[in-house]
Write a protein that binds this ligand. Structure first.
Ligand code: GDP
Length: 353
């Protein structure tokens, strides 16, 4: 599943937000047999199309796409000095697809700020410095090995070259992801497993009366306003109560859901659907994925034995009242292995076992 690591300075509201994540209802229903690590919380990606599809097929259940949030403790100023970032920290964060940084915007004077003032831009700088230092330390270890190996294996030379350029780039205080690179260089850079290559999403933990405002941008990025305390309260409510509470705040959905949705965008992901009497389900694929890759998300056998896919576009499916209607109107297409799946497609795979 898509996973996102939550980082931030101490006392910015990470635990509050994370507790809200892990307390949410939907979880147990969709993952009855999964063992979920204590530092993992799962959030549904809201998608109104699921409800519309369910009206047509009346499924036993609706299964939305999900995003997994991983609580990554241990990032403080100076973490790189001495021991460096803890191994556990690095191991946890390396496995995530993106980083979500919680930044304190809320003013509450009763909550002490580690540096004695509320200054989102400075906090972001502090964390960025730690991540950059961790990447530099990692490159410092990788480069001598690469130099040695590249002498024997010429194919490693582009990777070595990009590692050296990245060292300079990071040294100037930049994130690896922002370095101009050709697609080949980018692939090589990904192989270096740097923290600052990961997409980053900023969450502005704002006061309750600020949740509908647009927070000031950080590093040119628009942070997502969330009030961790509100999220914690929402997590305790049943669905109807939560809806009322959200409305009273002037919100359409919770901050966590907005965050899950943004993560999808940032990571270039989209959904296709399967729809039947058992369930209507959203499946996550990268934009540009072809039919066999999409099938592989359901099961690797589906990808290996892929023959073809029966596809209806979302609009056709809704307009014609489902699969039978689409078939009658010639709107059910047979697509082969080169078909590029479109967002919202309703798919049915044929495969060899
Ligand atoms: P962490 O160290 O980043 O995990 O921060 P915590 O979640 O433990 O929060 C630190 C303190 O800030 C706690 O006392 C929280 O109750 C408080 N806090 C967290 N989020 C908010 C918020 O949105 N508004 C206010 N006023 N206080 C908050």
């Amino acid at each position: 599943a898509l996973s996102i690591g939550i980082v931030g300075l101490p006392n910015v509201g990470k635990s509050t937000l994370f507790t809200a994540l892990t307390k949410r209802g939907g979880l147990a229903a969709n993952y009855p047999f999964a063992t979920i690590e204590p530092n993992v919380g799962i959030v549904d990606v809201p998608d109104a199309r699921l409800g519309a599809l369910a009206k047509i097929v009346n499924p036993g259940r609706i299964v939305p796409a999900t995003v997994e949030f991983v609580d990554i403790a241990g990032l403080v100023k100076g973490a790189n000095a001495g021991e460096g970032l803890g191994n556990q920290f690095l191991a946890n964060i390396r496995e995530t697809d993106a980083i979500c940084e919680v930044v304190r915007y809320f003013s509450d004077p009763d909550v002490v700020h580690v540096d004695g003032r509320v200054d989102p831009a400075a906090d972001v700088d502090t964390i960025q410095t730690e991540l950059i230092l961790a990447d530099l330390a990692s490159l410092e270890k990788q480069i001598p090995r690469l130099e040695k190996d590249a002498r024997r294996d010429k194919e490693l030379q582009p990777k070595l070259a990009v590692a050296q350029r990245l060292t300079e780039w990071l040294d100037e205080g930049n994130r690896a992801a922002t370095m101009p690179m050709t697609p080949e260089e980018r692939d090589a850079a990904r192989d270096l497993f740097l923290l600052t290559m990961k997409p980053i999403i900023y969450v502005a933990n704002v006061d309750e009366d600020q949740v509908t405002e647009t927070p000031a941008p950080i590093n040119g990025e628009q942070p997502i306003p969330v009030c961790a305390e509100v999220e914690a309260e929402l997590a305790e409510l049943d669905e109807a109560e939560a809806q009322d509470f959200l409305e009273s705040l002037g919100l359409e959905r919770s901050g966590l859901e907005a965050l899950a949705q943004r993560a999808y965008q940032v990571l270039g992901l989209q959904s296709y659907f399967t729809a039947g009497p058992m369930e209507v389900k959203a499946w996550t694929i990268p934009v540009g994925a072809k039919a066999p890759q999409a099938a592989g998300v359901i099961h690797s056998d589906f990808e290996r034995g892929f023959i073809k896919a029966e596809v209806a576009s979302y609009d056709d499916y809704i307009e014609n009242g489902g699969e039978a209607g689409c078939r009658a109107q010639g709107k059910l297409r047979m697509e082969g292995k080169d078909y590029v799946v479109q967002d919202g497609d309703i798919m049915h795979f044929r495969f060899n076992v």
